[in-house]
Design a protein around this ligand. Structure first.
Ligand code: NAD
Ligand code: ZN
Ligand code: ZN
Length: 347
């Protein structure tokens, strides 16, 4: 079968011919119907050999940690899914037995690393291929009649902001403001989730005019350039209303500094983007009881919730589609920052 693989550190990903995987006991083979390209893949492929080695990912590795498909072959003992079922793959897989996993929070499984359990596409072979092997049937969430191409990104670009926002929900009361920094794959879904599940005024910041236009199209009340004037523009737009949460989908030094400067008392700065930064977080450096969080992906039950939002027509992902042969181009466009929404590869 064809698979898009990261083969060697520093080289662009390549389309390669690899064997179709055979499901072992408890495993499920899924025929991929769509796979999303995430900026985290670009981040991983941008690491130096030394940095990459710290992650311990074996190469070559098939990319793709957003995947949906149809159950194709079941390993011994698999009984909860049937061949032909349309499924979404839950990526941040854990041991399934610890306290966090018992709550469905496999994204925070403390044992996954020691057991060598890694998400498809981030340590084991992912969904940018004709078939993908899924470790356990509990990682398959029913997709039902949701369109695979339009909804595959909900497994990460939907689930991650949903989890980030849900944790801040008690603070996003009427009269408050939520700021989204970076209206890309994750950010444009975050804007919609904020509009749907909170009463907050939603302000988007980005460095690209096209992304600001997308932010407005998907429901941001205001959208401003992400620069030194942004804080002033936000104040002008909302008066004295409190910024109760900043969701930073970039999290590089300038955006973290901006986010900190926007916080009110008891507000949340939520760092979702994977950028290296330092911040002055001492008692007197920020408002009383403000919180800085760094959420990772989401829980199994939250994936079900976010798919329900889509089923109700309340969240939809902007997608640009690519074939597997065109997949390297999808990553080039992601790197360039010229995609509208998410790049989705259709094998
Ligand atoms: P993306 O490339 O689709 O979107 C990033 C957006 O940020 C783009 O619209 C870009 O124009 C904008 N941007 C760049 N610099 C900016 C700046 N200085 N100010 C404001 N906006 C700026 O990326 P994505 O796939 O949505 O991923 C976003 C980030 O989230 C990445 O860092 C990714 O690695 C990370 N991520 C984290 C998790 C997690 O679990 N914490 C999960 C998925 C992705
Ligand atoms: Zn991702
Ligand atoms: Zn666990």
């Amino acid at each position: 079968m064809k698979a898009l693989q990261y083969v060697e550190v520093g080289r662009p990903p390549e389309l390669r011919e690899v064997p179709i995987p055979e499901p072992g006991p408890g495993e499920v083979r899924v025929k991929v119907t769509a796979a999303g390209a995430c900026h985290s893949d670009s981040f991983v492929m941008g690491l130096s050999a030394e940095q990459f080695a710290q992650f311990g990912y074996p190469l070559p590795m098939t990319l793709g940690h957003e995947g949906v498909g149809v159950v194709d072959k079941r390993g011994e003992g698999v009984d909860a899914v049937q061949e032909g079922d349309a499924v979404a793959i839950y990526g941040p897989q854990g041991c399934g037995r610890c306290y966090e996993c018992a709550q469905g929070k496999e994204n925070y499984c403390p044992r996954a690393a020691e057991l060598g359990i890694t998400p498809p596409g981030l340590g084991s072979d992912g969904s940018m291929a004709e078939y993908v092997l899924v470790r356990n049937q509990r990682h398959l969430t029913p997709l039902g009649d949701l369109d695979p191409v339009r909804n595959v990104a909900l497994t990460d670009a939907g689930l991650t902001p949903y989890h980030a926002i849900k944790t801040s929900l008690p603070k996003l009361v009427p009269g408050t403001v939520a700021v989204v920094i970076g209206a890309g794959g994750l950010g444009h879904v975050a804007i919609q989730i904020l509009r749907e599940i909170t009463p907050a005024t939603v302000i988007a910041l980005d460095v690209s005019e096209d992304k600001l236009a997308l932010a407005r199209d998907v429901g941001a009340h205001h959208a401003f350039a992400s620069d030194e004037e942004a804080a002033g523009k936000i104040r002008d737009a909302v008066g004295g209303a409190k910024v109760a949460a900043v969701f930073d989908f970039v999290a590089i030094q300038p955006t973290v500094d901006l986010g900190l400067s926007l916080l009110g008392t008891e507000s949340d700065l939520v760092l979702v983007g994977v950028g290296a930064t330092k911040a002055d977080i001492g008692m007197l450096a920020r408002p009383y009881d403000s919180t800085i969080r760094s959420p990772y992906w989401g829980s199994r039950s939250e994936l079900i919730e976010v798919l329900e939002l889509a089923r109700a027509g309340r969240v939809s992902v902007e997608v640009e589609t690519f074939s597997l042969d065109e997949a390297p181009e999808a990553y080039r466009r992601l790197h360039e920052g010229t995609l509208r929404g998410r790049a989705v590869v259709v094998p």
